[in-house]
Design a protein around this ligand. Structure first.
Ligand code: CA
Length: 363
């Protein structure tokens, strides 16, 4: 072997060893590289119950596709909440390497860094499609990955709920005054905005919401949208169903332990990245389809679908600006991420309003 060829071969072997790929794979000599790889197993925990519709089943689909695309060399084992770790311990568990990754929502981790809430979206801000564009082309992913790297984590978008409904109310909301003193189960930035409108935001585990609503311990609750709300039964005790503003396109996440992800070979990384993108789109579309079907069923049950009065949404807009200003003062990361979002929103909104927005009005 000539010296140059020898050096190239040595470098290829070294790269192959480092990335976990075989030398044949790097050199592309022996048939499809995929089937020659050493089997790798990744343990992913979710924040959802087993086979949870759309979100849980979407991750199961991801695992199946990854197995097929890798010729069975990359196995993703999906664990529902509380099997390996509790639902909201997945971030720390993946960060520390007890699990290889997780499926959840970035707003759950705002206690670690207020900026993380923004990666889920902002009340009255960008919708699902605009958020994806910001992530991919507007610097969102770069910021998200930079901030998560501090926790040894590497995130992908892992689905989107689309516009979430504003929630179920026991009584109609005819004015801003009707919100004063209302007890509502609503988490995140939406809850902080509601608090400024006089609502008393309350956090409750999923299993306790219905009873609290039935007994009048709370007056209202938000959840997700028709597809997931219908099985919670809220319509039976709080039949006023308001349209959404507080979660305009909640980004879910498929996040990996960064060191573990970095050790994967390039083909496995590419399979994960491409399949995560497919899962992201797939989940969004499944939400759209299932929401449409469930809304029809709910309407047959005699619910009252309402929009909040304009006085409420205008007050909510002001409150969002206040919350953003306050959080930006407290956190340099929040300020930076928000600035990036705001700049991109200024770019994308005129086009989205002119194209999709106008079309939705006139069709
Ligand atoms: Ca929600």
């Amino acid at each position: 072997m000539k010296r140059r060829a020898f050096l190239a071969a040595t470098a290829a072997t070294a790269a192959a060893t480092m990335s976990g790929c075989t030398r044949e794979m790097i050199e592309g000599k022996k048939g499809p590289a995929v089937s020659r790889r050493k089997k790798v197993t990744l343990k992913i925990a979710t924040s959802w119950p087993a086979h949870f519709p759309i979100m849980g089943t979407g991750v199961e689909w991801f695992a199946q596709e990854v197995k097929k695309l890798s010729g069975g060399t990359l196995i993703v084992k999906v664990y529902p909440k509380n099997i390996l770790v509790p639902a909201l311990a997945v971030f720390d568990a993946a960060s520390g390497g007890q699990i290889d990754g997780f499926h959840s929502g970035p707003y759950y981790w705002k206690g670690k860094n207020p900026a993380f809430a923004l990666f889920s979206g902002l009340p009255l801000g960008m919708n699902a499609t605009e958020l994806v564009c910001w992530m991919e082309y507007g610097g969102g992913y770069m910021l998200w990955r930079e901030l998560y790297a501090r926790y040894n984590l590497y995130p992908f978008m892992g689905g989107n709920t689309g516009v979430q409904m504003g929630g179920w109310f026991r009584k109609p909301i005819k004015s801003l005054a009707d919100l004063k003193g209302l007890k509502m189960r609503i988490p995140g930035l939406g809850g902080e905005v509601m608090a400024r409108l006089g609502v008393n935001p309350i956090l409750l585990p999923a299993g306790e919401i219905y009873t609290a609503l039935e007994r009048g311990t709370i007056d209202a609750t938000e959840w997700v949208g028709p597809a997931l709300d219908i099985s919670m039964g809220f319509y039976k005790v709080a039949p006023y169903y308001y349209t959404g503003w507080h979660e305009p396109g909640s980004v879910l996440e498929l996040t990996f332990n960064k060191a573990r992800f970095d050790r994967l070979c390039e083909e496995h990384k590419a399979i994960i990245a491409t399949t995560a993108k497919a899962m992201n789109t797939r989940m969004y579309h499944e939400f759209m389809d299932q929401n449409a079907r469930a809304l029809k069923q709910l309407q047959q049950k005699g619910i009252h679908v309402r929009h909040f009065p304009q006085t409420v949404t205008e007050a909510a807009k002001k409150a969002v600006a206040e919350v953003v200003a306050e959080q930006s003062k407290q956190s340099a990361d929040f300020k930076r991420v928000y600035a990036s979002m705001a700049e991109y929103y200024k770019l994308i909104r005129p086009w989205d309003d002119l194209s999709e927005g106008h079309y939705l009005q006139i069709r």
